[in-house]
Write a protein that binds this ligand. Structure first.
Ligand SMILES: Nc1ncnc2c1ncn2[C@@H]1O[C@H](COP(=O)(O)OP(=O)(O)OP(=O)(O)O)[C@@H](O)[C@H]1O
Ligand SMILES: [Mg+2]
Length: 228
């Protein structure tokens, strides 16, 4: 699904953001990526979306490789990834339902199918009753649920979230974590990036990758699979 093989990213002005990182995300896995500010978490996410390429090593995502992917193939890869950000990034003048539908419209989905798919996805994040609200009429936690629905609606093979609870109070953060756990229970792989270690104890079964200064300094799955 996602495999990093000795991946390093060096920026000419700031040095190594990622150093010799190797891991393998399996189908249906829930993986936390944690570590202090500047550890390389967002850099790792950008390597998966191929927004950044490694300086050395290889990133493999769903049949594509950072060594051979062509520029025109990157949008095809991105369509297979669901990405959620800290700041929600919703369209302000569209309702929850329209924000989610927009993704399907731009990818040319069958118009007949758009409405039921959108409603199903909003139901999956617990937002059926607020489908017709604008982002400004929703709480932060609710806006993040819309963003999660938008990431899910194209049926990606993995949901990638970079500090999805960074703008939310702890209690709301736990609600949003619960949404990701529920989605994962239905079989979707999740990569959940957070510097907030207190969230980790609310999902004891999850895999934890710990970054520090660009290095993977801990991987809870490493003992089970030394090759990962
Ligand atoms: N485009 C860039 N050019 C130069 N240096 C960068 C760039 N992006 C990130 N860095 C540096 O790489 C390191 C890792 O950054 P990254 O954004 O991956 O950290 P992070 O773990 O996501 O931190 P945070 O928790 O604050 O979001 C930092 O030292 C950062 O300053
Ligand atoms: Mg970051």
């Amino acid at each position: 699904m996602i495999r990093f093989e000795h991946v390093s990213k060096e920026y000419s002005r700031t040095g190594f953001a990622l150093k010799n990182a190797s891991f393998h995300l399996r189908k249906g896995e829930f993986m936390f990526v944690t570590g202090p500010s500047g550890a390389g978490k967002t850099t790792l996410v950008k390597m998966v979306t191929m927004e950044e390429r490694p300086t050395s090593g290889v990133v493999r995502v769903s049949g594509y490789s950072s060594e051979s992917i062509k520029r025109r193939e990157i949008p095809l890869l991105r369509r297979r990834l669901g990405v959620v950000f800290q700041d929600f990034r919703l369209l302000r003048n569209r309702t929850a339902r329209e924000n989610v539908a927009f993704v399907l419209e731009v990818t040319g989905a069958d118009t007949e199918q758009i409405k039921p798919r959108v409603l199903r996805t909003l139901a999956a994040v617990g937002l059926s009753d607020k489908a017709d609200r604008l982002p400004s009429e929703l709480s932060g936690g609710e806006q993040q649920r819309v963003a999660i629905a938008r990431a899910l609606v194209n049926d990606p093979f993995v949901l990638l979230a970079d500090e999805p609870t960074g703008n939310l109070d702890h209690r709301i953060a736990l609600d949003v974590l619960r949404v990701f756990k529920d989605i994962n229970l239905r079989g979707m792989a999740v990569v959940f990036v957070t510097h907030d270690r207190s969230l980790l104890e609310h999902h004891p079964g999850a895999r934890i990758i710990e970054l520090d200064e660009g290095r993977i300094v801990g991987d809870s799955a490493a003992e089970e699979d030394p090759a990962a």
